[in-house]
Design a protein around this ligand. Sequence first.
Ligand code: COA
Length: 252
Amino acid sequence: MTDQVITEINNRVLTITFNRPDKKNALTHAMYAKAGDAIRDAAEDDGVRAILITGAGDAFTSGNDLADFRDTPPIGTDTPVRRFLDALVSAEKPIVAAVNGLAVGVGLTMLLHADIVYASETALLSAPFVDLALVPEAASSLLLPARVGHARAAEIFMLGKRVPADEALTMGLVSAVYPADALMPAAMKAAAMLAAKAPKALKLTKMLMRGDKDVVKTRMHEEGKYFGEQLVSSEVAEAITAFMQKRAPKFE
Ligand code: COA
């Protein structure tokens, strides 16, 4: 079991912390697997009534580990990342995210599946899929335009725009913004409040607010098909090589 994801249950709140700060909490297959298992286990555990997701250090997560993308691309429907995303979409218990810094790629798209999203003033959200020659995932091609509008979503997906916390708040991507040292206390307070509320009423409310999960899952699978095809393309090879070589990619 990787210690690059820390899970703990306190006062009926499961806290999942991405803990690979030297790599800005880039998510490896093992990290997705552990986080996904924790969310699935929470579904069966009456001792958990709310889930809190955050990152150690100064980043929430810089998204999928790019070396994993290059060396063991997650292709197909039964991959750790897909199981993590499925667990998020299927979660019936409320999810609080504490975005403590950079949130890149899935770092942003997973927020679309959280219920309360608190960000620190230092948070910077981006989903530069096209910069990596990829396509959006986690049903974000459906959920992000629905949340912020097509034109703003296109800046994020297509131009790779980075959205600072105050703008993310205006867009409705986050619920509130806090000074860095006030973020975790606020997120823990919200999670504790949720854990004390009537669980069935919360579950029903989340279900009603989330709408048809099959629509979301269908889009996620459609995205997954194109994502998998792109992952093994020469475009992605160039994008990842350029990142490793700390240079700009050249798409001829
Ligand atoms: N995968 C693998 N390694 C990553 C990573 C990722 N997604 N994000 C950061 N890292 C590594 C860097 O390679 C670097 O490693 P090193 O110290 O061994 O050189 C370390 O984490 C710190 O990152 P660095 O780039 O030096 O920090 P920064 O503050 O200048 O920039 C980011 C941070 C997140 C903006 C930048 O690292 C980045 O763009 N990462 C890629 C993000 C991405 O494309 N994610 C996938 C989305 S689908």
